[in-house]
Design a binder for this molecule. Structure first.
Ligand code: NDP
Ligand code: 8X3
Length: 252
């Protein structure tokens, strides 16, 4: 039987690139996000290119009721998940602690932390029948090192790191592998969202060095998902060659 991957944040960037990668390898896909039009377009592309079986679920990960209702609404044929890719997330703003927007803090914590928790709890029961269940969380280099003006985004990704470790311990007896992937700079919509549509500021984030492509991260996700069942990569940090840490770049 074909394996099924459940991807949050499949409408853009790393989630979308992962959907393409896993579709090409014959996986069944449950693709989720808030932008229904994007999910439909992606799903049509994957059906045309790879004859993929795709289910689209539209929900906001911050809303526990929406998450639970969307997952409960799935037909029985979709209620078996092998891989959960917790990828949906965002940064909002880049200001010092005393100036940053508290609303932005709420949104980052509600999305990157609560959202990941809600989706994981709702999907876990669907992983029980899998022969090789795995949860892959997308953290960030910002979850390994705090940088100036990164405050609560960094905190949310440190939380993803801690939650991953907790999941690995508590789900060990269920045979679920738990991995966190921490990317450095990846050129996606991420910076446009962070800088609230200011495309000039967003593109400045990638000037002078070659950032990762979303597909580079999708390749790493595919690698950790494809290992033999007895092998688990606990943590993988993937960086652009020209980025040594959150704040140290070799810009030309
Ligand atoms: P994008 O902005 O391109 O994609 C983010 C995805 O998350 C979108 O599909 C978006 O879907 C989804 N999302 C955001 N908020 C919500 C929400 N409330 N409910 C449901 N879905 C939501 O960014 P990336 O692909 O770069 O980011 C993916 C992950 O990678 C994030 O967790 C990010 O923190 C992390 N990351 C990114 C890095 C980078 O430099 N780009 C580096 C390290 C980690 P929609 O808007 O349709 O709901
Ligand atoms: C995104 C990487 O360094 O912009 O998680 O916070 S960074």
């Amino acid at each position: 039987m074909k394996k099924t991957i459940f991807i949050t944040g499949a409408t853009s960037g790393i989630g979308e690139a992962s959907a393409i990668k896993f579709a090409a390898a014959g996986f069944r896909l449950i693709l989720t996000g808030r932008r229904a039009d994007r999910l439909s377009n992606l799903s049509s592309r994957l059906k045309t290119l790879y004859q993929s079986d795709v289910l689209q679920l539209v929900f906001d990960v911050q809303n526990r009721k929406q998450v639970n209702e969307a997952i409960e609404s799935m037909n029985d044929e979709w209620k078996q998940v092998d891989i959960l890719l917790n990828n949906a997330g965002l940064a909002l703003g880049r200001e010092p602690f005393d100036q940053a927007s508290v609303d932005d803090w709420d949104t980052m914590l509600h999305t990157n932390v609560n959202g990941l928790l809600y989706v994981s709890r709702a999907v876990l029961p669907l992983m029980e029948k899998s022969n090789s269940p795995q949860i892959i969380n997308i953290g960030s280099i910002a979850g390994k090192e705090v940088y100036a003006d990164g405050n609560v985004y960094c905190a949310s990704k440190f939380a993803v790191d801690a939650i991953t470790k907790a999941m690995r311990i508590d789900l060990l007896k269920k045979g679920i592998k738990v991995t966190v992937i921490h990317p450095g700079a990846v050129e996606t919509e991420f910076s446009v969202v962070r800088f609230k549509g200011d495309v000039k500021k967003a593109s400045a984030a990638y000037i002078g060095f070659q950032p990762l492509h979303a597909a580079d991260v999708a390749d790493a996700i595919f690698y950790v998902a494809g290992l033999p069942d007895h092998v688990c990569i606990n943590e993988l940090v993937i960086m652009p060659k020209q980025q040594a840490s959150t704040s140290y770049f070799d810009k030309k």
